[in-house]
Design a protein around this ligand. Structure first.
Ligand code: HEM
Ligand code: HEM
Length: 157
């Protein structure tokens, strides 16, 4: 169960990345080509947001009660969270970066409901999603990252 939840959290990264890239491309072309906003745009933004919220929920569980959860870990004597690269990443940098990114995705999705010109919806959503993507790419524990690196796919070595 514990491992399954972590694997789901790992896997959802790819869903988010794919949906986010599609959302960004669609928002950009809508903005630049002055398209009319259609329900399909709203739907893809909604799916992007839902996968973000789901990953957030699973992440909150991990950071609280996962293998290195804040409430279940006794730090070795003398460890300082902000001085320890591993704990600083998984307790601070990764959660903070991702929470801000998911907030931005939520703001982007909200543009679908705003009573503003279609061009404005597309433009603002584009920027929210783009900044979210950059934050997510910067906060993922990619396998090539030292100390905090994790597998490309759930359960890979
Ligand atoms: C820690 C967990 C979560 C938090 C803090 C959270 C927060 C929020 C907030 C603030 C909104 C309102 C967004 C807006 O008004 O633009 C929202 C909407 C929504 N969330 Fe979450 N959420 C969480 C988990 C989830 C999960 C697990 C799912 C589903 C898998 C989910 C699906 C949705 C959906 C479908 C909406 C409504 C979208 C709409 O039609 O406007 N959320 N959530
Ligand atoms: C877009 C959002 C997010 C993405 C793409 C993401 C991605 C990942 C990935 C790929 C891993 C490695 C999993 C593995 O070892 O197989 C991971 C681990 C982790 N994530 Fe996230 N994450 C996100 C949001 C969050 C949030 C919001 C939190 C906390 C509030 C969080 C907390 C954690 C923790 C604590 C771990 C380490 C768990 C362990 O190794 O036992 N994540 N995340």
């Amino acid at each position: 169960m514990q491992t399954g939840l972590l694997h789901l959290h790992n896997f959802l990264r790819w869903i988010i990345l794919v949906l986010l890239v599609i959302s960004i491309l669609k928002a950009y072309s809508g903005w630049k080509s002055k398209k009319t906003f259609v329900p399909a745009d709203k739907k893809i933004w909604l799916f992007t947001m839902i996968s973000g919220h789901l990953t957030l929920l699973l992440g909150l569980y991990q950071v609280g009660f996962g293998r290195f959860g804040i409430f279940v870990t006794n730090l070795p004597e003398g460890t300082r969270v902000m001085k320890d690269k591993f704990f600083r990443f998984f307790w601070v940098e990764h959660p903070l970066g991702m929470i801000v990114a998911i907030l931005l995705i939520t703001f982007g999705h909200r543009m679908a409901k705003k009573a503003v010109a279609d061009e404005v919806k597309y433009k603002k959503a584009f920027w929210y999603f783009l900044i979210a993507l950059i934050l997510i790419l910067a906060s993922i524990p990619w396998p090539f990252r030292e100390i905090v690196g994790r597998p490309w796919f759930p359960g890979m070595a």
